[in-house]
Design a protein. Sequence first.
Length: 180
Amino acid sequence: MPSSPYFLCSERLGFRWWSREDLPLAKQLWGDPEVTRLFSKTALSDFEIQERLNAEIDRGNTHGVQYWPMFELVTDLHIGCCGLRPYRLADKVYELGFHLRPVFWGRGLASEAGRTMLDYAITEVGAHAIFAGHHPENVASRNVLLKLGFEETGAEFYEPTGLFHPSYMFYIKPEARNSN
């Protein structure tokens, strides 16, 4: 039986590490104006997409986390990415983020991916809390975060959009934390 390319799986999703060879997948995701309008003032150029991919790979090498590419287990289709980024490392606070290709919107995949990442943050990363934010017009992301148990904490200015984005925290109880 061949080994799985995924280091983490949920019921419908497989997650793996970005590689330099994934530029076509990165362009398919971050080159889509419907995706990028939620985190950028303008569409991303090929150079900016390459830089974003490089940043994810570097973050994985440096911090052991990234917004991992995710795939539908049944078809191996690239759905988007979901994962963690350092937010306030001294306090063991990470940021949860997800970007899905529009064809996969409305299927509950962001919630499933988010739950998987929260579990991973607790059991593997040793996070004490998880931060998240979203574009003010992105009601779907708001609903996902609230469904996952995040609490709204205010708004933070997000330079790439020039807007204040609603902000949330997911607090991990001390008894649930891994000591990583």
